[in-house]
Design a protein around this ligand. Structure first.
Ligand code: NAP
Length: 293
């Protein structure tokens, strides 16, 4: 039994987390895997910037996370990844805070939706790759200044279904009926982005990772008709499970010397055969040209 006098004498100390000195920006954290990731990182003390489309949805998520973790170092940044001006505004808003950036988590994404982004890219490619590519470029100097720092791309094993990137098609509205082939291309781009970042940032203590979160019962299946969706989701893993590999890539000390690799269930995994250095270099050069105008 603990001595009552010792209990009285103990000074109050707030809970100490291993991420108390870590600042993280995560996109798409108002729901799904992103919210579960933000909650787990907040529980470990991180300061979090939640970059999302909807202020009311994100503020509700932040209130829920603070209530669950007692961490109130949470900030909302408006971000629509389909709009390059919005990505610039989001990066500017973060840079103006003067905060360091230790981890950038490119989590937000769409699947199974058709169309063209405001900035003129195929909907999945523009949202899942072009917007995050620009956001990463705009935050690179802050990541370098905050090193050691990490960039984590939430990709998908669906990237293996893409045989390559048709650079003309990604500037057109979605062609397929399901939009899943286009989703696969966007996720291949996420994997290539992490690989090419590793090559370009070699020796600068900014490392990059891509991952598959698992097949997770999140809102990403919203386009699937309700009765089928309900049945499908019953067999899927939880969003908390889906957050695990992102958290691993964002924080595991043993990954500090690994960069540009792909993970699933917190383990290294081979990428699909289209994820070659040549295609990564070609994609990066195209993307640099696209985002400057
Ligand atoms: N769930 C799975 O089984 C699975 C499997 C493999 C990979 N992934 C990947 O995991 C990541 C997270 O997905 P999830 O399953 O958690 O899906 P989700 O529940 O649908 O969450 C997606 C998030 O992305 C945001 N988002 C969508 N379009 C955006 C835009 N234009 N600008 C800014 N934010 C935008 C959404 O915001 P709103 O709420 O405003 O729409 C939401 O916060 C995605 O990259 C997805 O591709 C998921």
């Amino acid at each position: 039994m603990r001595h009552p006098q010792r209990l009285l004498a103990a000074p109050y100390a707030p809970p100490v987390g291993d991420l108390d000195a870590t600042t993280i920006l995560i996109t798409g954290a108002n729901t799904g895997i992103g919210k579960a990731t933000a909650r787990a990182l907040a529980a470990r003390g991180a300061e979090l910037f939640l970059a999302c489309r909807s202020a009311p949805k994100t503020q509700a998520a932040m209130a829920e996370i603070t209530a669950a973790t007692s961490n109130d170092k949470l900030h909302f940044l408006p971000l629509d990844l389909g709009s390059l001006p919005s990505v610039h505004a989001c990066a500017d808003a973060f840079l103006t805070t003067g905060r360091p950036l230790h981890v950038l988590i490119n989590n937000a994404g769409v699947a199974g939706q058709r169309g063209l982004t405001e900035s003129g890219f195929e909907l999945a490619f523009g949202t899942n790759f072009v917007g995050p590519f620009l956001l990463t470029q705009l935050l690179l100097d802050r990541l370098r200044d905050s090193a050691p720092a990490r960039i984590v791309n939430v990709a998908s094993d669906a990237h293996s279904n893409a045989k390559g990137i048709d650079f003309a098609a990604v500037r057109q509205p979605t062609k397929s009926r399901t939009a899943l082939p286009e989703y696969a291309v966007s996720k291949l781009a996420n994997v290539l982005h992490a690989q090419e970042l590793a090559r370009r940032l070699d020796g600068q203590q900014v490392t990059s990772y891509a991952l598959h979160p698992g097949v997770i019962a999140s809102d990403i299946w919203r386009e699937i008709p309700w009765p089928i969706r309900r049945l499908m989701k019953m067999g899927m893993r939880s969003t908390n499970d889906g957050a695990k590999t992102t958290i691993y890539c964002s924080t595991a000390p043993e990954l500090v010397s690994e960069s540009g690799l792909y993970y699933e269930r917190s383990q290294r995994k081979r990428t699909g055969s289209a994820a070659t250095p040549e295609l990564g270099r070609a994609l990066f050069s195209r993307a640099e040209a696209w985002v400057v105008g």
